[in-house]
Design a protein around this ligand. Structure first.
Ligand SMILES: Cc1cc2nc3c(=O)[nH]c(=O)nc-3n(C[C@H](O)[C@H](O)[C@H](O)COP(=O)(O)OP(=O)(O)OC[C@H]3O[C@@H](n4cnc5c(N)ncnc54)[C@H](O)[C@@H]3O)c2cc1C
Length: 397
């Protein structure tokens, strides 16, 4: 099948790799409007399930991603200068640029053509393709042109956020909350390489205005944020990304949902099909899972059977994505309501943050575990149990 893709981000690239692994006879070209080795954002966070899914399709990519990632263990919730509250959890941080580079190299090895600086104005112009994969991200121009066809809905949250970085290597996944005269402001930070961490700053819109961020230059803004969060930065600064044209622009998170994921020979994957608030760190995994499912549904497919294959893909992915989007909305709402949670004592505040995605309150045993892990010995024991559980799970897989 002749396939053209709009966008060579995680969704487009992993689709191309997965499709080639399923059926090497596919001819695939990806159009990417950016130059090679340029992307937006800093590092992303992910968990074992992403690596497992990748390994099942292409162990070479799984190995390269793991090698380029930094593992973190534990989460820490800091409210001003109070003693941090510790939460469990382990995961990986990975530079977005590394991720794109690893995937692009592997796609090229498998015979995928990537045309950089190729900005697709209208996917309908790609007339040589049997299938056009729209992997052009959350603000997909191609989807927006066909809003009615896909039944697209977009809505924005109320908090403001900024995706930044720092040369400080945060020891674990850190949430740090600081009080300002205009209200609470906080960061979500995690390491993704030596001397490199992602720092996402978030606050309510009123706080953002009250601190003057609505009228500050990007440079003044990072200076002010470095000052506000100085106690967490050990002399390092919060920084803008040099190659990111969107750097320094505060945003409100846009959630995207589509009733239909395909129309004619067009199909949506990744953020163009759906987004999930960054506080659950799952957008890339969802993009990977879409891409793999689409590749599977196309295995052995002739152009005449395309609609059935695309419908199978939608039927498999859409319900799973809706579940995750519900979780993400609950998590986003928790952060929009931080002032209310701040009335809790620190230990309970940390627990509420940990449980923010759950529909039911945690069991007494779970809460007891939370209390025990505030001591180093409790954390060490918990980590040992996690290591064993992960080893068993890996072996089982
Ligand atoms: C602040 C923030 C933090 C996040 N943190 C995490 C995290 O920790 N973990 C996680 O899993 N996810 C995270 N995400 C989500 C993650 O970044 C996305 O889910 C993921 O990038 C989706 O991949 P994609 O390929 O669908 O879209 P994108 O990564 O946006 O890629 C789309 C590509 O299409 C190209 N393109 C667009 N239009 C055209 C066109 N017309 N012609 C040619 N090319 C085009 C773009 O240049 C881009 O390269 C975060 C998101 C945000 C906003």
């Amino acid at each position: 099948m002749r396939i053209e893709g709009v966008g060579a981000g995680p969704a487009g690239l992993w689709f191309a790799i997965s499709a080639k692994r399923c059926d090497p006879s596919h001819e695939i070209t990806l159009h990417e409007r950016r130059a090679p080795s340029t992307t937006y954002g800093w590092g992303i966070v992910y968990w074992d399930d992403l690596l497992d899914g990748v390994r099942r399709i292409d162990s070479a990519t799984a190995q390269a991603l793991r090698t380029n990632s930094r593992k973190w263990a534990g989460q820490r919730v800091c409210v001003r200068d109070r003693r941090p509250v510790h939460l469990g959890g382990t995961g990986y941080g990975l530079s977005r640029q590394r991720l794109i580079d690893v995937l692009a190299r592997r796609a090229s090895e498998l015979g995928v053509r990537i045309e950089h600086e190729s900005d697709v104005v209208d996917a309908a112009d790609l007339t040589n393709a049997d299938l056009v994969v729209l992997a052009d991200g959350a603000h997909s121009r191609q989807r927006r042109r066909r809003e009615q066809t896909f039944g697209s809905i977009e809505w924005t949250g109320t908090n403001k956020y900024l995706w930044l970085g720092s040369t400080k290597t945060f020891p674990d996944f850190t949430f740090a909350f600081e009080a300002t005269p205009a209200g609470w402001i906080w960061l979500h930070a995690y390491p993704f390489a030596a001397a490199a961490s992602t720092v996402i700053v978030e606050c309510r819109e009123g706080t953002w205005r009250g601190l003057g961020f609505d009228s500050m230059t990007s440079e003044a803004c990072v200076q002010e944020l470095s000052r506000i969060f100085a106690r967490h930065l050990d002399g390092h600064r919060i920084e803008l990304s040099a190659d990111d044209t969107a750097a320094g622009h505060w945003a409100t998170f846009t959630t995207v949902r589509n009733e239909r994921w395909h129309a004619g020979n067009l199909v949506l994957v990744g953020d163009s099909a759906h987004t999930a608030h960054f506080s659950i760190g799952s957008g890339t995994r969802m993009a990977f899972e879409d891409a793999a499912a689409l590749a599977r549904s196309l295995k052995g497919c002739r152009p005449a059977d395309l609609t059935d294959a695309l419908q199978r893909y939608q039927d498999e992915r859409r319900p799973a994505v809706l579940n995750l989007q519900r979780d993400a909305a609950t998590s986003a709402a928790w952060f929009e309501d931080v002032d209310r949670h701040m009335r809790l004592p620190p230990l309970e505040f940390g627990y509420a943050l940990r449980m923010r995605r759950e529909s039911a309150p945690g069991s007494p045993l779970h809460h007891a575990l939370h209390r025990v892990t505030q001591w180093r010995v409790g954390r060490t024991a918990r980590r040992s149990v996690t290591v064993i559980r992960r080893a068993v799970a890996t072996r089982r897989r």
